[in-house]
Write a protein that binds this ligand. Structure first.
Ligand SMILES: *Cc1c(COP(=O)(O)O)cnc(C)c1O
Length: 378
């Protein structure tokens, strides 16, 4: 009998989700508005603690797109973007006809490097164009160097679009990720720390931006009895069904973060005596990661040349999913023609790095299988 698949990160329901969804059916709020949408937004606002406003949207990508529009990004503009990330951080720049300027990572958090960022800003200004926005990402739940990035943003007066799709529940100096940028973005896709099957949210301290985001996401209808439009709109609002799942998920978010962090501790213990493996962990006490995905770097000089790809294949043979780190955008065929600033730290991370199964729903039996597979590989 083939063993069941162990996934990298799969949906994990808490139990109350179906009650909220049933209520939506019972009251016929089967639409992209309703009590669950409002309730889910309130739940997130409360959770994030800072004075912020949340708009629930159909995806994290939609929130990034609307975020760039609110920041005034237009065709021909330049937007700085962390190179090592999921393509959804960068695609909306192209939706708007703007140009992505990619920036390397630094080794502590694997996120946007403050030095490379400042070099890029100075060089773009010298070349005649000041970038319109900075897209910075908290990869795998690890907060980026928020103090430094926000200081650069303020110094050059370029707003930060904070891609917190992977970092709900993470904190930097006690402040929740998603609340550092001029606009923050959350994702509730199926593989994220909590899911609404598909969904996202835009977070901002400016109420008028939150309201504008909802306006643009509901086809930009002016206030009139007929359909009247003075701006281009989008169909990006979250449905009341999905938001019902989200309300149930919010009740178990902290419990699921604790389980992800426990998975990280499991791997830290497993690799403690393995000097070929470096586990990705918080570089200092200021950082608290939700450890959405536990990741490792493999030094192939210490494994007789065996690489992260060899480990991936060995795990795959035992029906255990793992995945290389995000391939940097400046190495992707669709983006390679755009400028890049950095020292190839992200390229090296991509070469050596692997994400391991990290779901909050992994069982002791799953752990035993993972442990056995990893020990037999090394
Ligand atoms: C998942 C993800 C997104 C996109 O979110 P969707 O809800 O899937 O559109 C954006 N950025 C990062 C870093 C992500 O991991």
């Amino acid at each position: 009998m083939e063993l069941s698949k162990i996934w990298l990160s799969s949906p994990h329901m808490g139990g109350k989700e179906q009650e909220y969804v049933k209520e939506a059916f019972d009251t016929n709020w089967v639409a992209p508005l309703g009590p669950n949408v409002n309730g889910f937004e309130k739940d997130i606002e409360t959770y994030l603690k800072e004075p912020v406003y949340v708009g629930a949207l159909s995806s994290g990508t939609a929130a990034l797109h609307i975020g760039l529009i609110l920041m005034g990004v237009q065709a021909g503009d330049e937007v700085l973007c962390q190179s090592m990330t999921f393509s959804a951080s960068a695609n909306p720049i192209l939706y708007l006809g703007a140009t992505p300027i990619f920036v390397d990572s630094e080794a502590d958090t694997w996120n946007i490097c403050p030095n490379a960022l400042e070099d890029a800003i100075k060089d773009r200004i010298a070349k005649g164009k000041k970038p319109k926005a900075i897209v910075a990402v908290h990869l795998y739940g690890m907060p980026f160097k928020a103090d430094e990035i926000v200081a650069i943003s303020q110094k050059y007066e370029i707003p930060v679009l904070e891609d917190s799709a992977e970092a709900l529940g993470s904190t930097y100096k006690g402040q929740k990720c998603g609340t550092f940028g001029d606009i923050g973005v959350l994702s509730f896709n199926g593989n994220k720390i909590i899911t609404t099957s598909g969904g996202g949210a835009l977070v901002t301290s400016k109420k008028e931006w939150r309201d504008k985001a909802v306006f643009l996401s509901t086809q930009a209808r002016d206030n009139a009895p007929h359909y009247q439009h003075s701006e281009v709109g989008y169909n990006y609002r979250m449905s009341n069904i999905c938001a019902g799942i989200g309300r149930g998920q919010m009740e178990v978010l902290d419990a699921h973060i604790a389980k992800r962090r426990d998975m990280h501790a499991f791997y830290a213990n497993l690799f403690a005596d393995n000097d070929a493996v470096t586990i990705f962990e918080e570089p200092a006490d200021d950082y608290f990661s939700n450890h959405w995905l536990t990741s490792i770097l493999i030094d192939s000089d210490k494994t007789n040349g065996r690489t992260r790809e060899d480990l991936r294949l060995a795990l795959d043979a035992k029906n255990i999913e793992s995945r290389p780190l995000w391939k940097p955008m400046h190495m992707q065929p669709v983006f390679e023609k755009y400028p890049f600033y950095g020292n190839n730290i992200s390229e090296k991370l991509f070469e050596d790095g692997l994400c391991l199964p990290s779901g909050s729903n992994l069982t002791d039996e799953d752990r035993a299988r993972i442990k056995e597979a990893i020990i037999s590989f090394f």
